[in-house]
Design a protein. Sequence first.
Length: 412
Amino acid sequence: MLEHLVMIGIDFNTARATGDKNFWLELLKHVAPHLKRVTVLSLKKTAMPVSETEIGGCRVVIRYIATGVLDSAGATGWMVPRRLGAIEKTLKAGRLLSELDALLKEEPYQHIHLMDNLGLANRIIAGNAASRVSVTAFTYQGAWPNLVYDWFLRASYSHPNITVVPFCDAYREKLGGIGVTPDSIRRIPWGVSAEGSGGAGREPGLRPLVLWAGYICPIGRRDFLFAYDTARKALEDGLKAEFVFAFKPECHEARFARLDRPDEGITVTSTSEAQFAALKSRADVFYSPVITRDVIVGPPLTWIEMLACGVPIVTTDVEGVSEAVTDGVTGYVAAGEDDVVDRLKDAVRTYGSMKDRCAARVRERYDIAVSAGRYMALWRDLAGQAAHAETRTGLKGATAGAEACALKVKGP
C-alpha cells in the first residue's frame, strides 16, 4: 500500500518556474489526492523554511536542504549540471539519508522517487532506503567523453533497488545499450495540461514570432550561437519574421548584449517566468536546434508545452526528436545544419495549419493525467514489491528500526 511518497530533487518550488520543475508541480496536483502524504526534499543553494500545504486531502510537506554551491544551471554550465554540482550531490547523500531516517520515525514512507539524477548518490540512497527507489532519466547529454559519461550513468542507475524512468523510447534503448538492466527501466513520458493556442496575444499585422529558449536541457552556448547565426541568415535571405531568444537570468551572459538587435528583427533578452509565459502566448513557431550529435532529447518539456499551445517546433535531427516532432505535421526537422534556414521558412509559411495537429499530439501522447496515472501505477507496484520482500527477508540495507516501521505499513 502506498500512502506516503517521498520525492527528492533539485530546486523544487511551490510556484511555477521554468523547464522540468513545472512537470513535477502539475504531477503533484494529480497524484496527491491518491495519497495521505507527500514529502519533497529539495536541494537548494540557500536554506528556506519548511513549506506545508494540502492538496485533495493529502498533506504535502516541502523541506529544503541548503547545498551552498550546488547550481543546476549557470552561465558556464547552462542546463548541463556542473561537475562540481555532481560531486556535491554525492556528498549530500548523507544528509538526505538523515532526513529519510527522521521521516521513518515521524511517518513511514513506502516509496522514494528521485526527480533528478543525483549521480552516485542514487546508489547510496537506494542501498540504505527503507523502500524501493525510482529515478527520472531526462536526456542523454553526451557532453563528456562518452566512455566516461556512459560509466557515470551506468554507475548512477545500476542498483538492484533502483527503477529508472526515462521520458522517451530512444533514451530507454540507450540505457539498455550502456549496460543498465532492461527490466529495471520503465518509460513514462512527460505530461502537460492544455494551454490554449499560440499566437493568441499577437496584434494583427505584426510579423510571425519565432521563439527560442535557453530553458532546455541539453541546449547550451554552442546551440544558441548556431541558432542566432542561422536566424540572421534567414532574415538576410528574406524571411519575414521576428526572432526572440529568451534566457533564464542566470544563463544570460553579459557579452550577449551586443547580439540584441531588435531593429533587425532579433531580440536577445533575459526573461522571468512571467515574461516567458507571455512570449509563449504570442509565439507562432518554436525554434530549438540541437547541434551536438551525441545527445538524446527527452523531448524537452518546453517543446511539449509549446505543442500544447498549438505551436510547431523547428529543430534538428537528433535522437528522440521524432517522438514529438513529425516533419511537416507538428513542426520541421532539419536534416543537417545547412537545412535549418529552409525549415524555418517552411514553418513560418505553414504554422497556422499545424496548430490543431500540434495540440492533438499532446492530447494523444503527453496528457498529464495519463502520466500521473502511470507514475502512480509504478510507485504502487514498487511499494507492493518492497512490502512483500519485507515480510520474507527484510529490505537489504534498511536498519532494524526502519524494518519495524516499514512492516507496519505493508500491504498488497
